[in-house]
Write a protein that binds this ligand. Structure first.
Ligand code: LLP
Length: 427
């Protein structure tokens, strides 16, 4: 019914996720509501294990910081790419072992570097200055930190410009021509042990040839590192594999990525006589399609277009507003009905840009209907805010016919959290 999304189906006239009726979920837990399929999550990480049996998969925690999700991924043997002290804490709490954690970031604070050293995780160093600071800090703390170097490989990819990260103009990484020099410098520092190279060229990439280009640049650089006396124990190719948001567009799967990239790496490593461990950092392709966002229609208004006002805007799902991204919509309580007319679906936020879908063909929509947004598991809740005084929604995990709350909805007290009015203002 929904292509490869085997965890979603229509029964009677309702949308089901695994064996749970989404309309009943909306009734029981209220909306907006993020709902995740455990079986799909396990399926997605296993697809990576199958395609890359030898590689480590470090889940990109920024895509989804839900502890139950992280726990399931830990059970499935995943590691973590963390981009802040907070994400490091989440990964450790979920039980991800420190040897499988890479601390990334282009602007890490001293406190975060200290946390990384203290936790004993590897660090991806983004600049020569960070290398010196980290080296000093680690030797002062009497530790030695294994480091990779984040490379800016200057690879252009076809994706939204805001999520292309490997362009020469992007803020991430050390420019490719300087990498070997920085690596050599690291060999002289007491507190660090340089072990490899890291890149991440962007997100929602649908053409695997970009990854081949990146892999080949990384191998060129590995060659330069060997020449300056370094050794390459790890090559981290980052994340970025796209998913099928729009049913009209095809997306590659981990097996496609593997068959494109692995022969290139094997060939080049063979010639150089090295056998580094491969690391991947998938986020979206692990969690994206596991989760739907349920929302309720508050109002339908005929204007120059027909607006459908729902109870979630870019405060809950920021992606359409930020990247003009497509999320497929199904009217969950009328899921078997054919589309009839175009609707422009908007949120409750006081901004003209708060549009989740423009001129989307849907069955006739009415107040009280439940709209399900597909593929909301990556960068959905994790980018949600309380803008306009909107508490953040709940998250539910579905396992067969079971539905459990993994994060309860905030109430208005969350808007006051941490606030203090100076006493002199009280009178
Ligand atoms: N590794 C690094 C260093 C990253 O910066 C990212 C994502 C990933 C891994 C995971 O990439 P993925 O497999 O999820 O494509 N908020 C945007 C996406 C931002 C991605 C940032 N970096 C969106 O909603 O499309």
């Amino acid at each position: 019914m929904f292509g490869t999304k085997e965890h979603l189906r229509v029964e009677g006239s309702h949308l089901f996720i695994e064996d749970v009726d989404t309309v009943a979920l909306a009734g029981e837990f209220g909306t907006p509501l993020y709902v995740t399929s455990e079986s799909r999550l396990r399926h997605n990480i296993r697809a990576y294990h199958q395609a890359f049996p030898e590689a480590d998969k470090y889940f990109a925690v920024k895509a989804n910081g839900n502890l139950a999700t992280l726990r399931i991924l830990a059970q499935e043997g995943a590691g973590a790419d963390v981009f802040s002290g907070g994400e490091l804490a989440l990964a450790r709490l979920a039980g991800i072992p420190r040897e499988k954690i890479l601390f990334n970031g282009n602007s890490k604070s001293s406190r975060e570097l200290e946390m990384a050293v203290e936790a004993g995780v590897r660090v991806s160093v983004d600049s020569p200055e960070e290398l010196s600071v980290l080296g000093e800090l680690a030797s002062w703390m009497g530790k030695k930190v294994e480091v990779l170097f984040r490379v800016n490989p200057d690879v252009s990819v076809k994706t939204h410009p805001k999520i292309a990260t490997g362009l020469r103009s992007s803020k991430f990484g050390i420019p490719a021509p300087s990498v070997a020099g920085v690596f050599r410098k690291a060999l002289e520092l007491e507190g660090v042990e340089p072990v490899g190279l890291h890149c991440h060229i962007g997100s929602q990439i649908l053409d695997v040839s970009s990854f081949v280009e990146a892999a080949s640049r990384m191998m060129d650089l590995a060659g330069e590192v060997l020449k300056v006396g370094g050794s390459i124990k790890m090559i981290d190719l980052g994340g970025g594999l796209g998913i099928q948001y729009d049913p009209a567009i095809k997306a590659p799967v981990p097996a496609d990525l593997a068959s494109a990239v692995l022969p290139v790496l094997a060939g080049r490593c063979g010639v150089m006589g090295i056998s580094p461990r491969l690391i991947l950092e998938p986020g979206r392709s692990i969690v994206g399609d596991t989760t739907i966002l349920l929302t309720t229609v508050n109002v339908v208004k005929s204007a120059h277009v027909t607006f459908v006002g729902i109870d979630a805007g870019f405060n809950v799902l920021a992606r359409p507003m930020l990247y003009d991204s497509y999320h497929h919509i199904v009217v969950a309580n009328r899921a078997a009905q054919a589309p009839e007319a175009p609707f422009t679906v908007v949120g409750p936020i006081c901004e003209t840009g708060d549009v989740l879908a423009r001129d989307r063909m849907l069955p006739s929509v009415h107040r009280g209907d439940v709209l399900a947004f597909f593929d909301a598991g990556a960068y959905g809740f994790s980018m949600a805010s309380q803008y306009n005084g909107q508490p953040r929604p709940a998250e539910v995990l579905v396992h067969g016919s079971q539905a459990e709350v993994t994060r309860r909805a905030e109430d208005y007290s969350a808007l006051l959290a941490g606030q203090a009015v100076p006493p002199r203002l009280l009178w």
